[in-house]
Design a protein around this ligand. Structure first.
Ligand SMILES: O=P(O)(O)OC[C@H]1O[C@](O)(CO)[C@@H](O)[C@H]1O
Length: 290
């Protein structure tokens, strides 16, 4: 198989802390049964999934003093990176994502030159996650200077700015889709038409829809998977990146993304997936024109 290089950018990397409790009781004291920590943030998770798929991946972003040892290639910053906390109670995950550090002008300049160096050799670039304390057009700046196709997974203002800069594909979830459309319900194809961008939307139990200028497709996993959905969106993004980098057809890309994200739900931590389930679902997942 030809080697392709995927660059992931995590501007707001985090120490992801996962607590397992028997039940979540607001106002109560919880005896944590199990604690798991790992470097996270959406782009880091995407990179972890790509590595497990055997793809060549380069990851960059900002890392504060404590996170630097875990993310050695990242651009160092003076302030500490954030933490995120996921509390798992049975099949339900409750997330607390800190805002993240303020980035100085010099640190941003250092990131831009690192990005230029790495993006020059990338087949696809993934920009994902909430921004730390940088300008809201930070993703737009990266997209504008990027020579490779870009997948953008973000929300709010930075997503709107980013879309205006012309990414190849955006990956909203249901809430982000509603936010962009300015109404509770709407079809990803409405958004693709309104904004002139390819949209791969994850819609929970309604599966996923890919809307492009070439067509609109919907896909669902062959059966519901229980587990921890945290990070399933990052597995979805990882599959989109592989598909784009390898020049696969849109329906193939969507089917692979649905199979991989379902297999990620089966594994309790973000950035990992159940390889056997992924293989099984790859053969069984359905894609229909929507
Ligand atoms: O950048 P955010 O949107 O706050 O999301 C970050 C968090 O989301 C996850 O990537 C899961 O998608 C966690 O690992 C955590 O780091």
């Amino acid at each position: 198989m030809a080697v392709v290089v995927i660059l992931t950018v995590t501007l707001n990397a985090a120490l992801d802390v996962t607590y397992r409790v028997d039940a979540l009781r607001p106002g109560g004291t919880h005896r944590v049964e199990d604690v798991h920590t790992r470097p996270g943030g959406k782009g880091v998770n995407v990179a972890d999934v790509l590595t497990q798929l055997g793809e060549q991946v380069v990851a960059t972003g900002f890392a504060g003093p404590q996170l630097r040892a875990l993310l050695p290639g990242f651009v160092p910053i003076a302030a500490e990176s954030r933490r995120t906390v996921a509390v798992l109670a049975g099949a339900e995950a409750t997330l607390f994502n800190e805002p993240g550090p303020v980035i100085s002008a010099g640190e941003w300049t250092a990131l831009l030159s690192e990005f230029d160096r790495l993006a020059a050799d990338a087949d696809v670039v993934v920009l994902s996650g909430r921004l730390p304390g940088v300008a809201p057009d930070a993703y737009a700046q990266l997209i504008t200077r990027c020579p490779a196709p870009v997948i953008l997974d973000a929300e709010g203002d930075c997503l709107r700015h980013g879309i205006a800069a012309g990414p190849t594909l955006i990956k909203p979830n249901q809430d982000e889709l509603a936010g962009l459309l300015g109404r509770e319900s709407g079809h990803p194809a409405d958004l693709a038409a309104e904004l002139g961008v390819n949209v791969a939307a994850t819609l929970g139990s309604d599966g996923a829809v890919l809307s492009t200028a070439d067509g609109v497709w919907r896909s669902r996993p062959p059966r519901a998977v229980t587990g921890n959905p945290t990070g399933a969106g990052d597995a979805f993004t990882a599959a989109l990146a592989v598909g784009l980098a390898r020049g696969r057809s849109w329906p193939q890309i969507l089917a692979d993304a649905v199979a991989l994200s379902a297999a990620a739900v089966a594994v309790p931590v973000a950035g990992a997936f159940d390889a056997a389930m992924y293989r099984e679902f790859t053969d069984l997942v359905t894609v229909v024109k929507d």
